[in-house]
Structures are given as structure tokens and as C-alpha cells.
Design a binder for this molecule. Structure first.
Ligand code: KG4
Ligand code: ZN
Length: 340
């Protein structure tokens, strides 16, 4: 089955084409085209929903065409269509959903709505044919930070999640404080990577009260207070050291929680998905911690960690293979939960 997947939940317009063998064999990515809107939002220091919608409207058609070109296949060769219907920005989701409905209506092909977070959790199968359910899935993006018990393609339980900000949101906000531009996560990562010496210590993103969950607001405030104090006293701060200290406090608790959960449940594999799964400390740290614990870390290449159409094509393809078809009145679900 060859599936076209559309993604437009936030600030990336994605169209991916994935082939899923009917016998359950390893899926193959035939195309993964993306149009980023970073330059549109950079001047505002964050995603502006109305502008994001307009960009999707402009980009959807060219991105779908680019995916067909990459795959060397046209719309007539698609066996089905998949589209993100939540969670995300309502106006942005509407555009992807309308595009998918239009294509399905014109071609009479089966189509399904996909939970964006299901896409992030299943994307690892695209590059790790040895991945098996159940596994621990860490979703770390601009909008979500959740540790999941992934029992099957459709059954998952949320073990822990953030009590306030998402990890990516914290990276973006701290990067703004450090004047690193937008989106700040990758810039902060690069700056921290270049730092070799001592780094200031900040409160770790996992409350010690044993109640579980992650928390980024205290960490973010602590970085802000440190920068304000330094500015008041005319002291010059090493931005790279601050970035490294923040990154360690933000990332290490995620790694620890993921490994502990895998050990507690007796699972052999850990997956990380979402934009922050491209973070270099998370990738190195999770790989090392898993090795030490006798586990396997299944990390996707950065293009499949960030928002993309291929993960939606794959997650939707599994649903289509099970005979699922979306009702015509399917609407957007901006607050869709991880478990649905
Ligand atoms: O999954 P994603 O592409 O979009 C959402 O669904 O939110 O994640 C975007 C987030 C942004 O907050 C971005 O700053 C962060 O992922 N990000 C990173 C890195 N690359 C992207 N954060 C830390 N280190 C990175 N290398
Ligand atoms: Zn995402």
C-alpha cells in the first residue's frame, strides 16, 4: 500500500509518501517533502498562527507536488491518503484536512485522520526494522513532553508528562533570553555543544517530590534570574556555558525517566520523537544510557524527528491497512490527547 501523508499542524508543511507491505514488512519512505516557515515567524520570535495558516495555504500544493516528484509517482499511484487532524493550531489543521478531503473526493481514494503524536511515536519504524511493541516512547516537541508506554500501533498509555511548559517551548524561550533567534532549540543545542568547561547548574526538569512528571517553568525562570542578575551587576556571562547548563538540566531527566520506565516495565527498546529528539545531548545521552542498561535506543534521523509528512503517511497507512476510513465530517481536534 502506497500512502500520501499530509502534515500542517504547526509551522511545517509536510507531504510524505510511504510504502507499507501488506504482509507487515518494513515500510519504505519514498518521499518526504517539507516547506518550513521559520523565516516568516523569525521576526516575531515565535509562531504566529494566522501567518502559519496562510503559509500552509500557499505551500500545500507545491509540497505535495515535490513529494510526487521525489517518489517518481503521481496521485493515481496512491492507494490512500492520511492527514494530521490534531493536536495543533486549529487554522493550520483545517488547511491540511481540507486538502486531504479535496484529494480524496476527487480521486475516490480511502483516507484517514492521524493523531500527530501517534506519527511522532511510530516514525521510528521507518528506520528501525527491528523495533517491536511494546516500547517506551518519549515525545519531546514544541507542544508536548510525554513519556508513553507504546503497547501497539493504536494502544498507548501516558506514564508521565510535563506539568507546565513543553521541552521545546523551554528551549525556544531560553534561546530567546540568550538572543539566539527563532527557532531557538537548534541554535541553543549548537552553542551548548561548543562549550567544553564547567557549566552553571540549574534546577532539573523533574520535580524531586516523586510525584512524577516534568517541569520546565522553574528551570526557565532560574536561567532568566541568572541573566538578569549578571546584567544588573555588569558581569559578563558566558552564553555557551549557560546554554550547556540549561541543556543538561532540561535533557538529562528525560533520559533518566525513559530508561527507568523501560526497566520498570521490562521493555527492551526506547524511542524518542518530536523536534527535541534531534537534540545532540538527548541523542548521545539516551544512546549511552540505554547501552549501559542493556536497552536499545531507536532514534530517527533529524528529518523524521521533526514534523513531517512521512510519519503521518506511515501511521495513517497502518490504519488504512486495518480497514479504517475517516468519516466525511471529520473535523480538526486542536487539543487531541496522546492516547487517542
Ligand atoms: O515536533 P516539532 O517539529 O514541532 C512540534 O510539534 O512542536 O518540534 C519543534 C520544537 C521546537 O521547540 C524546536 O526549538 C525544538 O523542537 N528543537 C530542538 C532541536 N531541534 C528542534 N530543541 C533542542 N535541540 C534541538 N536540536
Ligand atoms: Zn510535532
Amino acid at each position: 500500500m502506497i500512502v500520501l501523508g499530509l502534515e500542517s499542524s504547526c509551522d511545517e508543511t509536510g507531504a510524505g509518501i510511504v510504502e507499507l507491505p501488506a504482509d507487515g514488512g518494513a515500510p519504505r519512505v519514498l518521499a518526504n517533502a517539507i516547506a518550513s516557515q521559520h523565516s516568516t515567524h523569525a521576526v516575531y520570535g515565535g509562531v504566529v498562527p494566522e501567518l502559519a495558516s496562510r503559509e500552509h495555504l500557499k505551500n500545500l500544493q507545491p509540497v505535495v507536488d515535490a513529494a510526487f516528484k521525489q517518489a517518481g509517482l503521481g496521485l493515481e499511484r496512491m492507494d490512500g491518503l492520511a492527514v494530521t487532524y490534531g493536536p495543533g493550531l486549529a487554522g493550520c489543521l483545517h488547511l491540511g484536512l481540507a486538502a486531504a478531503k479535496g484529494l480524496a473526493l476527487a480521486t475516490d481514494k480511502p483516507w484517514v485522520g492521524v493523531n500527530h503524536l501517534e506519527g511522532h511515536l511510530l516514525a521510528a519504524f521507518l528506520e528501525h526494522p527491528g523495533l517491536r511493541y511494546p516500547y517506551i516512547g518519549l515525545i519531546v516537541s514544541g507542544g508536548h513532553t510525554s513519556l508513553m508506554d507504546v503497547r501497539s500501533a493504536t494502544e498507548r498509555v501516558r506514564l508521565e508528562s510535563t506539568l507546565d511548559d513543553a521541552a521545546g517551548e523551554a528551549f525556544d524561550k531560553v534561546a530567546k533570553l540568550l538572543e539566539l533567534g527563532f527557532p531557538g532549540g537548534p541554535a541553543l543545542d549548537r552553542l551548548a555543544q561548543g562549550h567544553a568547561g564547567e557549566a552553571p547548574s540549574f534546577p532539573r526538569a523533574r520535580p524531586k517530590d516523586g510525584g512524577g512528571g516534568f517541569s520546565y517553568s522553574g528551570l526557565k525562570t532560574s536561567v532568566r534570574v541568572k541573566l538578569e542578575k549578571a546584567a544588573r551587576s555588569g558581569q559578563s556571562l558566558d552564553k555557551a556555558a549557560v546554554a550547556a547548563g540549561f541543556q543538561a538540566a532540561a535533557i538529562e531527566p528525560l533520559i533518566q525517566a525513559a530508561v527507568e520506565a523501560a526497566q520498570r516495565l521490562g521493555y527492551a527498546q526506547v524511542v524518542a520523537g518530536g523536534g527535541v529528539a534531534a537534540n545532540s545531548l538527548l541523542r548521545q545521552g539516551l544512546t549511552r544510557a540505554c547501552q549501559e542498561a542493556g536497552l536499545e535506543a531507536c532514534l530517527s534521523s533529524p528529518a523524521l524527528c521533526a514534523d513531517n509528512g512521512a510519519m503521518i503517511a506511515y501511521a495513517g497507512g497502518l490504519r488504512l491497512l486495518r480497514g479504517e476510513i475517516a468519516p466525511w465530517d471529520l473535523g480538526v481536534a486542536p487539543s487531541l490527547q496522546e492516547t487517542l
